[in-house]
Design a protein around this ligand. Sequence first.
Ligand SMILES: [Zn+2]
Ligand SMILES: [Zn+2]
Length: 325
Amino acid sequence: MARRGAKNSTGIARLENLQAHDAWAGFVCVRCGMLNTVRIGQKLLAPDDALESCRWSCGKCGFEHGKDSALPDWDNWPGEATAAGSAPAMRFWQGFFRIHTENPSSYWKQCNTCGRVLPFQAFSRHAGWGPLERQMECRSCKGAINAVLNPLRTKEQMQESASRRRVSELLLKGENERMDFADLFKRFGGKCFKTGQKLDIHARETWELDHILPSTWLYPMTKANACLLSKEANQNKKAAWPSHFYTNNELIELARITGADLSLLASREPVVNPEIDVDACVTRYLKVREGGNLQKRVKELRDLLDSRGLSAGLSAANKRLLGHA
Ligand SMILES: [Zn+2]
Ligand SMILES: [Zn+2]
């Protein structure tokens, strides 16, 4: 996933000056039951060292949690078991520090987006990040960020849109222009247009061509309709209409680079390509030799054309082929 800087496309900002990789301990006060968190830092504690050195004070009642403290006067405990330095009390503190320090998953961490200090499990894994190897945002915030970047869609919607992309790409075969990648890189300054990440033209698996105006609205790939994106950014864009993915400033810049029609890019609702010769596309599509079920292909094509309001304009012959009366 693309790293977001202070200025990002989600509008959800990171908190500044927050040590997001630090480990914390979360503990419940043995006297008052208050949940406390204490910052540990970049180096995790060994349980025995924690027992020797830690004195954690409760933020509410001030009770000091450490091996030299007596336990509170619990009614169901005999007095001698709670006395400071007694064997039961020592064992209690040993277990207390083991609970909070034994495994990385015992620790807590601060979310750099909502600022809450939360248990280990509230963060998804990120190899190599800090002693806990967790993401900087908690899973709640990550969900909110992803919802902005990649609107939540049902599995059916995903399948439907994947099939539409495939059908429309077949429909547009023959309309697409051959791309000059060197020229594309030059025009976009060798960077992902969305994230600004530097891209390597030779590392073909790291970048993609965005169909700015999506193929599912029957826009072929042309020089004016191609945008250079990192693979991650294009995964978020997919078949989104440009104004649903790019900011207004980005749309203006994009039109400047590509020479595309800004009013079309900025239109709030998608518009079917008015220039496309749908009949020629359909005729070509039906001729494409593609393995698989012809009946299914015809149905997918009919669904796409119906959903875009294009069936009525077809020639009588193509209407018949697609089963329209
Ligand atoms: Zn307390
Ligand atoms: Zn959060």
